[in-house]
Design a protein. Structure first.
Length: 87
């Protein structure tokens, strides 16, 4: 684990780009900071690409909706929060 892994269980971590890379013979590759790394070592390989694709999808959806004059639909969690705040 690394220092950056502390927020992994909350989904608020930032994956380490170097952790899953194989170390080459000259000592390069893989994370050189180990436990002192500020990025998460618990995220699965490919998590950075997955998050980038998801972000692009979200941005594309927002642009599409804004061009139609609509706002993105609220998530189920947001709807539940609104229901609880009315009480």
């Amino acid at each position: 684990n690394s220092k950056g892994s502390a927020l992994h269980s909350l989904g608020l971590c930032k994956p380490c780009a170097w952790f899953h890379r194989p170390a080459d013979q000259s000592g390069g590759g893989s994370c050189r900071y180990g436990e002192e790394c500020d990025f998460c070592h618990l995220c699965p390989e490919g998590e950075i690409k997955r998050r980038k694709r998801e972000k692009q999808r979200m941005l594309k959806t927002q642009v599409s909706l804004s061009s139609l004059g609509e706002t993105p639909a609220t998530t189920k969690e947001e709807e539940e929060e609104e229901d609880h705040s009315v009480e």
